[in-house]
Design a protein around this ligand. Structure first.
Ligand SMILES: Nc1nc2c(c(=O)[nH]1)N[C@H]1C(S)=C(S)[C@@H](COP(=O)(O)O)O[C@H]1N2
Ligand SMILES: [Mo]
Length: 547
């Protein structure tokens, strides 16, 4: 056979100029190389998915690399993604990762035509990246998390090696043909068989992996189904009849769980088995550290409260705010039992850091949590156990604080520390250490660029200033005077409040602007700020054309 290099070609010296016809890759062949590459990528991901289904769904390369990407995304980009893709941001990210992978796989497939081993080595390199990402995720507890990426890459590398072999001339000892890297001389039948078999096997492996991943959460699903929430010792008063104005287009007063906004960094929603769940409370000034089971929590006195949650990434006029009836344990009581004192009573810890099963860390002021407000370890949302998306089995909810400094989902650890000693996840990424919710209001109807008929037009929406309460809402048409809106009945000062104004609309273009005043007398500022670092401020305006 003479001396052949790994690609099955005669010794080839890279710096020799490419005038030699033998070394040109015909477009048709390049396309087949690209196809091998894409098949390789597909096979590698499918095998990785299958192994991840057996090991841990979160250890799959796309989820792991996606998670690592989310953690490294600058605050401004994350905000941009939330703004433009909303809750689809995660889907967009994963599609982006797949697109990049497909592109590189395609290139590796072409490279492998000439440098067979390099092509396979490239695949292994991608596997190494996936393995590194998987094992360095905060929720990774075992080096086994590298397995999906490693096995996937090995399978892919092998497949590419074989496919590239089929595409290169079977025998270099046929010099009479000049053996160009062309459509001739390759193992057409072998390629088609291998490629088809690989594609079919990959599809099967991928599907099996998916169903394995899907069925892995069964214990958690069963544990959620078995939860019976005890009646709260301190139920919430019924929502006042007048709290919902029943004006079409205005958000429901109580947001149904299925409509509740979701913001988190989890590409795979953690499925926690409540029967195995434990919460640890420890740290500075904790005289009696505690480990609680889910049943321990349910046996305690439960309270039920309406609390409106808001995300710091909510733009003025944005959708990331929702109101639910939460059931849970009063966090301050639990902390007091552990011997924790707030800073105002000489306690050494001023920051409570909540950790979740997926490695999120969220820091809240101990003073706020213990100042008498209804800070909860919530187990129920609108009368049912927390949905998985919203933190099953247990999450925190603190009235008056943005979610990123209070509302840890899938919580499993509470550490008392100081703001000086520790910066949690979002703070490390440029967000504020402390972030009370800003007084805000939103016009829900009419919608921007609506074309209502001249006459009476209902302008209505919601306003919130959690834990201070809404005192007044005013609407301005164009540059006219501020007109006081009718306020719906208040549920509690921890909830949002609906408002409406019957506007005598005249033909033409108009700008509607709203502002709220909270119970401290603070008027919603017209000073526009970005969401970073501690929440957007400014006033919501809607432009309409009256016909
Ligand atoms: N474990 C975990 N908890 C989390 C987050 C997260 O990314 N991971 N995001 C927080 C943020 S920024 C907000 S606004 C609320 C949103 O809660 P929701 O998704 O139930 O609406 O959850 C908070 N709790
Ligand atoms: Mo948030």
């Amino acid at each position: 056979m003479g001396t052949t290099n790994p690609s099955g070609l005669r010794d080839r010296i890279p710096h020799v100029t490419e005038t030699d016809e033998r070394h040109r890759i015909r477009p048709g062949l390049a396309a087949l190389g690209a196809l091998s590459g894409v098949l390789t990528g597909f096979a590698a991901l499918a095998v990785a998915e299958l192994v991840a289904g057996a090991v841990r769904p979160q250890a799959g390369p796309v989820v792991a690399v996606g998670g690592a990407a989310i953690d490294r995304t600058p605050a401004a980009v994350k905000d941009w993604a939330i703004r433009n893709f909303g809750t689809d941001d995660k889907l967009v990210l994963q599609l982006g990762i797949l697109a990049v992978l497909a592109l590189f796989a395609l290139l590796l497939g072409i490279v492998a035509l000439r440098f067979r081993r390099s092509g396979s080595a490239g695949v292994l390199l991608f596997g190494a990246v996936g393995a590194l990402a998987a094992t360095s995720r905060p929720d990774s507890t075992s080096p086994l998390d590298a397995l999906p990426s490693v096995t996937g890459a090995v399978a892919g590398a092998g497949l590419l090696y074989v496919l590239a072999g089929r595409l290169t001339p079977r025998s270099e000892a046929a010099p009479a043909q000049g053996a160009p890297l062309s459509d001739s001389g390759w193992d057409r039948r072998g390629f088609v068989i291998t490629a088809t078999a690989a594609a079919a096997a990959s599809a099967g492996a991928g599907a099996l992996g998916r169903s394995l991943s899907g069925s892995r959460g069964q214990d958690a699903v069963a544990s959620r189904r078995n939860v019976v929430l005890p009646a709260p010792a301190s139920p919430a008063a019924p929502v006042p009849k007048g709290a919902g104005l029943r004006i079409p287009g205005v958000s429901a007063f109580t947001t149904p769980n299925s409509d509740f906004y979701r913001v988190d960094t989890a590409l795979v929603v953690p499925k926690v088995d409540a029967t195995a769940w434990r919460l640890r409370i420890h740290g500075k000034g904790v005289r009696r550290p505690l480990v609680l089971s889910f049943d321990d929590l349910l046996r305690r006195e439960l309270i039920e409260r309406d609390i409106t949650l808001t995300c710091v990434s909510n733009e003025v006029g944005g959708p990331y705010v929702g109101n639910a009836r939460w059931t849970g344990v009063r966090l301050a009581d639990l902390l007091a039992e552990c011997g924790v004192k707030p800073p105002s009573e000489g306690g050494p810890a001023d920051q409570l850091v909540a950790r979740s099963v997926d490695g999120m860390t969220i820091g809240s002021p101990v003073e706020d949590v213990m100042d008498g407000r209804d800070a909860l370890l919530a187990v129920g949302m609108n009368g049912e156990p927390l949905p998985f998306d919203h933190g099953f089995p247990v999450r925190m909810v603190v009235p008056g604080l943005y979610g990123f400094v209070s509302a840890c989902k899938w919580i499993n650890d509470i550490e008392l520390t100081t703001f000086d000693a520790y910066d949690p996840y979002w703070v490390k990424r440029g967000w504020a250490r402390r972030a009370p919710i800003k007084t805000e209001s939103r016009i829900d109807t009419p919608k921007p660029f609506a074309r209502p008929r001249a006459g009476t037009v209902m302008v209505a929406g919601v306003a919130w200033a959690q834990h201070r309460g809404i005192d007044k809402v005013e609407v301005r048409i164009d540059d006219g005077p501020w007109q006081e809106a009718r306020l719906a009945a208040e549920d509690t000062r921890d909830t949002w409040r609906q408002w409406s104004l019957a506007w005598q609309a005249t033909k033409g273009g108009h700008t509607l602007t709203v502002r709220a005043t909270d119970r401290t007398g603070q008027v919603q500022t017209d000073k526009r700020t970005r969401t970073i670092p501690d929440g957007a401020s400014g006033r919501h305006s809607v432009v309409v054309t009256v016909e």
